[in-house]
Design a protein around this ligand. Structure first.
Ligand SMILES: NC(=O)C1=CN([C@@H]2O[C@H](COP(=O)(O)OP(=O)(O)OC[C@H]3O[C@@H](n4cnc5c(N)ncnc54)[C@H](O)[C@@H]3O)[C@@H](O)[C@H]2O)C=CC1
Ligand SMILES: CC(=O)C(=O)O
Ligand SMILES: [Mg+2]
Length: 637
């Protein structure tokens, strides 16, 4: 007996609980089968998923998911134990997969797996590794490798991360939110998987993009990883391959549309707002919804629908716009001209989706502000843009033109004057317009063909700029090698996914800038600065255009003249933590100017307004999360 007592004391209490449970059931937990006596468990929710004895992963039935508070913590498709094994074996037998075009990255997916395992074991260490090696690992946790991860999600899935709300959960979402183990959330990145990078509809597998984006926000901007929530809203998929794949983890039905679709998103927004809001109220904090990779059809509509009611931001529309403007202003400086000359730039944009339209809208507003910020300035700025989509140049003659594209449709007489017409090809447009900037957000790899780039040689600019912003790498409109070799050494080049610089010979380097919306996001105003934000209530504009503009200008001004003249228009990702601090500082100061800043904890709005730039920056820095182990102390409940 004494021996048994000694043994008992040396066992951890959780182990004892498990042994008791197993003894009560008379069998080992994982041998329990339908019809046999159930195993009693003394834990719920993620604790079950993290317990190798009890975890069944995607094989938990819906009844068990409800009974054990697991609903929403797993992808919605319940699969059989045999399917689980099939999925594992498919993955086990897949070795290296090329994530990028070059041979140097054949191990990208293997690196992702190793990092992902570390993420599951030790978050602090994971983020320390990521922050200290951001240049090397950002392309692994984010574009381009994250694209490959999403495409192969069924095979790579081990432990769930984030939450899944599906069309099957209608009516349940409010209570599901309580299954999330953290009671503080600052930032939710949510996708419906309908347009993941340039890879199209990946359904439930799109959760990878929400996780990857948040990883960067944590590493780059010091958002607290315990307070972020990646979310996948599964409303089905129109990807026929996934619909037929027996190992797919999402709902195997076509996407909901119209009111059915909206009702799911509405319920999610309301459920999270109400449930998390109640939890957060005691901290006097609110959170941001960041919409990521929704197909354009819904991106704009949802932005309009929610932006005045929730703190929400569409990264592809608004974040991309801010980053593109920073790059466009940098390109003006690289021509040796002041930024104020931006309204003279002729800009051809290939791609009129959420990203392309977001960019032209914001660039037009920036030009208008520079021209005097009045109606005629706004009208005159319109004529600096030529928008080309899959059907060619968009003019007023276009039938069924999207309402978002309409303001940029070229007038018939204008187009005719330039020898252009409705549907003119990209190469024709480049030839006739001779643009200063050719910007691609089309998701079509190689769209800036030899012919298009040859045409750009006749640009009226002294330094034409090429922004091949589509992701991942294989979707970039052209590579820097193609751009420099065809158009010339003098160009400015930026891409959405990272490329290496190009050796131009004679000691000259062709700089390859990364223009990606990871540099700008509303989290700049979060962990550090609720104070930058207005108090939340319906009808309040949360992120003003002025704040976004301040962020873009700060990013543009980050590079010194010498760097810009060398063609470096975006800072290196290795300095991203410093960049985000600077951008956050600029946003806070703009919020103070616009009287949108609110006090928070030890600093009220009035005190904040008295801080100079350095003090604001220091305040921001002090509030960034750092990956250091906290001291832990045990206390009984
Ligand atoms: N670098 C960055 O920070 C960002 C990059 N992106 C990338 O931008 C791309 C597009 O994203 P969305 O606008 O959301 O997609 P989308 O699918 O809504 O829009 C694509 C647009 O490209 C047009 N297009 C297709 N084929 C074309 C062709 N041959 N010539 C000209 N236009 C063509 C389509 O008509 C459509 O207007 C994606 O690859 C995405 O990864 C998106 C957001 C941020
Ligand atoms: C960067 C990004 O948000 C995209 O490619 O969709
Ligand atoms: Mg995106």
């Amino acid at each position: 007996m004494a021996f048994l007592e000694l043994r008992r004391r040396s066992l951890s209490s959780s182990l004892i609980r498990r042994l008791r449970a197993a003894a009560t059931a008379g069998s080992r937990p994982f041998t329990t089968c339908e019809g046999s006596r159930p195993t009693i468990v003394h834990k719920r929710s993620v604790d079950i998923l993290h317990d190798p004895w009890f975890n069944k992963g995607t094989a938990f039935s819906m009844t068990e998911r409800d009974r054990l508070d697991l609903r929403g913590l797993l992808p919605p498709n319940v699969i059989t134990p045999q399917q689980q094994i099939d999925r594992f074996m498919v993955d086990l037998k897949r070795f290296q997969v090329n994530a990028r075009d070059g041979p140097s990255d054949t191990n990208a997916l293997a690196k992702w797996r190793i990092l992902n395992r570390l993420h599951d074991r030790n978050e602090t260490m994971y983020y320390k590794v990521l922050i200290d090696n951001i240049e090397e690992y950002a392309p692994i946790v984010y574009t381009p490798t994250v694209g490959l991860v999403c495409q192969n999600y069924s095979g790579l899935f081990r432990r769930p991360r984030g939450m899944f709300f599906s069309a099957e959960d209608r009516g349940e979402m409010m209570s599901m939110v309580y299954n999330w183990p953290a009671d503080q959330v600052d930032m939710i990145v949510v996708t419906d998987g309908s347009r993941i990078l340039g890879l199209g509809d990946l359904g439930v597998q799109g959760i990878g993009i929400a996780i990857g984006k948040l990883d960067l926000y944590v590493a780059a901007a010091g958002i607290n990883p315990q307070r972020v929530l990646p979310v996948m809203i599964d409303v089905g998929t129109n990807n026929e391959k996934l619909l037929k794949d027996p190992l797919y983890l999402g709902l195997q039905e076509h996407r909901l549309d119209g009111e059915d679709y909206l009702s799911v998103i509405d319920e999610f927004m309301e459920a999270v707002f109400t449930s998390l809001g109640m939890l957060l109220f005691r901290y006097m904090k609110w959170f941001f919804y960041i919409f990521e990779d929704f197909q354009s059809k819904w991106a704009f509509k949802l932005l309009q629908r929610y932006r005045d009611h929730y703190r929400m931001f569409n990264d592809d529309v608004q974040g991309t716009a801010g980053v593109a403007i920073a790059g466009l202003l940098g390109a003006v400086r690289a021509q040796g001209r002041p930024m104020i000359d931006f309204p003279k730039q002729k800009i051809v944009v290939a791609g009129a989706g959420s990203a392309g339209i977001g960019v032209v809208n914001a660039a037009r507003r920036t030009m208008a502000r520079m021209l005097g910020n009045n109606e005629s300035a706004f009208e005159s700025a319109r004529s600096q843009f030529w928008l080309v989509d899959a059907m060619g140049l968009i003019t007023e003659e276009r039938a069924n033109i999207d309402s978002e594209a309409l303001p940029f449709a070229r007038k018939i007489n204008e187009a005719g004057h330039q020898g252009l017409r409705e549907g003119a090809s990209l190469v024709e447009v480049v030839k006739k317009v001779r643009p200063d900037v050719l910007l691609g957000l089309s998701a079509v790899g190689g769209l800036f063909s030899k012919e298009v780039l040859e045409a750009l040689k006749d640009s009226s600019s002294t330094r034409p700029a090429i922004f091949a912003m589509s992701n991942p790498t294989k979707n970039a409109e052209c590579t820097p090698e193609e751009a420099f070799s065809i158009v010339g050494d003098h160009i400015i080049f930026a891409s959405g996914s990272p490329f290496c610089d190009v050796n131009l010979g004679n000691g000259k380097i062709g700089h390859s800038n990364q223009g990606n919306n990871m540099y700008l996001f509303p989290g700049h105003t979060l962990e550090n600065t609720e104070l930058a934000l207005v108090p939340f209530f319906p009808g309040t504009r949360v992120i003003s255009d002025g704040m976004l503009q301040a962020a873009a200008e700060c990013l543009a001004a980050y590079m010194n003249d010498e760097e810009v003249l060398k063609g470096i228009i975006y800072p290196s990702i290795s300095s991203i933590r410093d960049i985000t601090k600077e951008v956050a500082t600029a946003v806070v100061r703009e919020a103070v100017v616009e009287d949108l800043a609110e006090g928070y904890r030890d600093m009220d709005a009035r005190e904040l307004s008295r801080l100079n730039k350095e003090e604001t920056s220091e305040y921001v820095q002090n509030n960034m999360w750092n990956p250091v182990y906290p001291t832990l102390v045990y206390r009984t409940e």
